[in-house]
Every structure is written in structure tokens, then in C-alpha cells.
Design a protein around this ligand. Structure first.
Ligand SMILES: C[S@@+](CC[C@H](N)C(=O)[O-])C[C@H]1O[C@@H](n2cnc3c(N)ncnc32)[C@H](O)[C@@H]1O
Length: 287
């Protein structure tokens, strides 16, 4: 039998997951405003049960746990052992959140158990997203809500468009992944997202743009913040993947080129770069 989601499993379980753990605090700061917008769209209430898909190091699961309270429950599921390890380590003892290492697209989930299916940037990596959402829908109660945030297209997201554009003449021209290939931008086409959810059996699908400036890097001075933003961009995310096997001289040129484009962005203690996301909501039919 072919293992599903093989690329992401290997990637997130290995170096990507470990690097995300290293940069967890910065990544949480970068994604916080997007996660909060998705939580508001989900509208969790005291006592509700939430499934947080691709929960990573657990920031959104813990925020959701605070909203559902001791009488509620949050199950954070992620394929990355290092990230789930970090989620468990940071969780307060009395949290109603529990964390599980599993592939959300195929793992056995309690049936008809959750009021909300939530995700902060964790649902764009499935090989077969329609099958994955069909599978996850079975874990929801009738009438349950879906709310997640995902990236729009790469061209609208300066945090990746700028550094990738700066690689011209440094890295050979890259064939961009197909718009539906699993990865951070695979939900960029809202028509596709609507089709996936509808075919998976959801109703009331609504998709709204959400734009925010993302704080990249952190430092006491503008220079220190720029250095930090560049270092992080070379270690986490799409450019890190493209540079993975490159020699030191190419990495040094890439670093200088990314610094030059980031220098054009505003920000004193962080470099502020535009991010463009969708906030997606839907509903499991009542019966
Ligand atoms: C961009 S990160 C977001 C992590 C987290 N939600 C956050 O906001 O910090 C995407 C996450 O999805 C997880 N992931 C990818 N494919 C998955 C799958 N099939 N099942 C569960 N988690 C998955 C990755 O391991 C990773 O932690």
C-alpha cells in the first residue's frame, strides 16, 4: 500500500519540524494575528470540543483551550513528533488540550465528537484534500463548524515572493510547484477550496480574504532585526527548502540578496512583510 502524504510526513517529521521547534516563538508571533482571526471565525464557546488539525507546537490549540474552558476539550493532531513534543511541553497542566502525533487525513478519530474543526495553516499539505476533509468530517457532530486560515497564492504573499524573487541569478530558475501540489500555497485558489469542502460534504462555505503585516525576525535595532529575519528565512520555509543542498558561497549570496530586499520593508524591531490569507468557514450538515 502506498503511504499517503509521504512528502510532508518526511519533511515535517524531520528537519522542517525541528527547525519549527527552534523558531517556535518567532513563528507563533508571525502567525498570531491570522490564528486569532480564524479563532474568532470559529467562535468557540465554553464546553465545546475542538479538533485542531496540523496543530504544530500547539499555540492555537492552547488559545482554543482557554476559550472552551475546563469543561471543553481540544484535540491537537500533527504528524510531526518534534512539534507535538513542544506542544506537550508548553501546555499548562490543567489544560483541556491533548496532543496526538497522527496523520489527520487517515488516523482513527472519534466519530461525531467535535463541535469545531479548526486549523491555523495546517490543512494545505494533504495529497488528497477532498478525501482528508471527508475523513475529518466524520469526526464532527451534526451541525459542527469549520474554521481555518490558509495562505492565498504565492504571488500575493511578499514574505515568500520577495526572497524567492531575490534568487534570480543565484539559483537556477525553479519550476514552481503546481497550484494544487500539496504545500503552503495549495489552497490559494478559493474556488478550489470551496470545491474540496463541498465535495467533502460541507455546506455554508464562506471564504474571506484576510491581510496582515507579518513581523519577520526580532532585534534590538533595525540591523539586528534584519539579520534575524534573513537567518530565519534561510532556515525555515520555501527558500530554506530551495537552498538545502547549496554550497556555502551560494548561501552567502542568497543571504545578501534577501537582506537587500528585506531592507526595503518597514519595521524597527522586526521586518514587517505583507501576508495574504483566506479565512475559511463551513458547516457539517445538521443531519
Ligand atoms: C505551517 S505548519 C502550522 C503549524 C501550526 N498550526 C501553527 O500554526 O503553528 C503546518 C503543520 O501541519 C502539519 N501537517 C502537515 N500534514 C499533516 C497531516 N497530514 N496531518 C497532520 N498534520 C499535518 C505539519 O507537521 C505542521 O506542523
Amino acid at each position: 500500500m502506498t503511504e499517503k502524504n509521504v512528502y510532508q510526513v518526511a519533511d515535517w517529521k524531520g528537519q522542517s519540524g525541528e527547525r519549527w521547534v527552534t523558531y517556535q516563538a518567532r513563528l507563533d508571533a508571525m502567525m498570531a494575528v491570522f490564528g486569532q482571526a480564524a479563532i474568532e471565525a470559529a467562535g468557540p464557546a465554553m464546553g465545546e470540543r475542538v479538533l485542531d488539525v496540523g496543530c504544530g507546537a500547539g499555540a492555537s490549540s492552547l488559545d482554543l483551550a482557554a476559550r472552551v474552558g475546563a469543561g471543553g476539550h481540544v484535540l491537537g493532531v500533527d504528524i510531526s513528533e518534534p512539534l507535538i513534543g513542544r506542544a506537550r511541553a508548553r501546555a499548562p497542566q490543567d489544560t483541556p488540550a491533548v496532543f496526538q502525533v497522527a496523520d489527520a487525513s487517515s488516523t482513527e478519530l472519534p466519530q461525531g465528537a467535535f463541535d469545531i474543526l479548526f486549523s491555523r495553516f495546517g490543512v494545505m499539505f494533504f495529497d488528497d484534500p477532498t478525501a482528508a476533509f471527508t475523513h475529518m468530517r466524520r469526526a464532527l457532530k451534526p451541525g459542527a463548524r469549520v474554521a481555518f486560515v490558509c495562505w492565498r497564492g504565492m504571488a500575493e504573499n511578499d514574505w515568500v515572493r520577495l526572497p524567492m524573487g531575490a534568487m534570480k541569478g543565484i539559483l537556477p530558475p525553479m519550476t514552481p510547484p503546481g497550484p494544487e501540489a500539496p504545500g503552503p500555497f495549495s489552497f490559494g485558489d478559493q474556488g478550489r477550496v470551496a470545491r474540496i469542502l463541498t465535495v467533502a460534504g460541507f455546506t455554508d462555505v464562506a471564504i474571506a480574504p484576510f491581510d496582515a503585516s507579518i513581523p519577520f525576525g526580532k532585534g534590538e535595532t533595525r540591523d539586528a532585526a534584519l539579520d534575524d529575519a534573513v537567518k530565519m528565512t534561510l532556515e525555515v520555509g520555501p527558500l530554506a527548502r530551495s537552498l538545502a543542498d547549496q554550497p556555502d558561497d551560494i548561501r552567502a549570496r542568497a543571504s545578501a540578496a534577501v537582506r537587500a530586499v528585506f531592507a526595503g520593508c518597514p519595521g524597527e524591531r522586526s521586518v514587517m512583510i505583507d501576508g495574504a490569507a483566506w479565512i475559511v468557514t463551513a458547516r457539517n450538515p445538521a443531519s
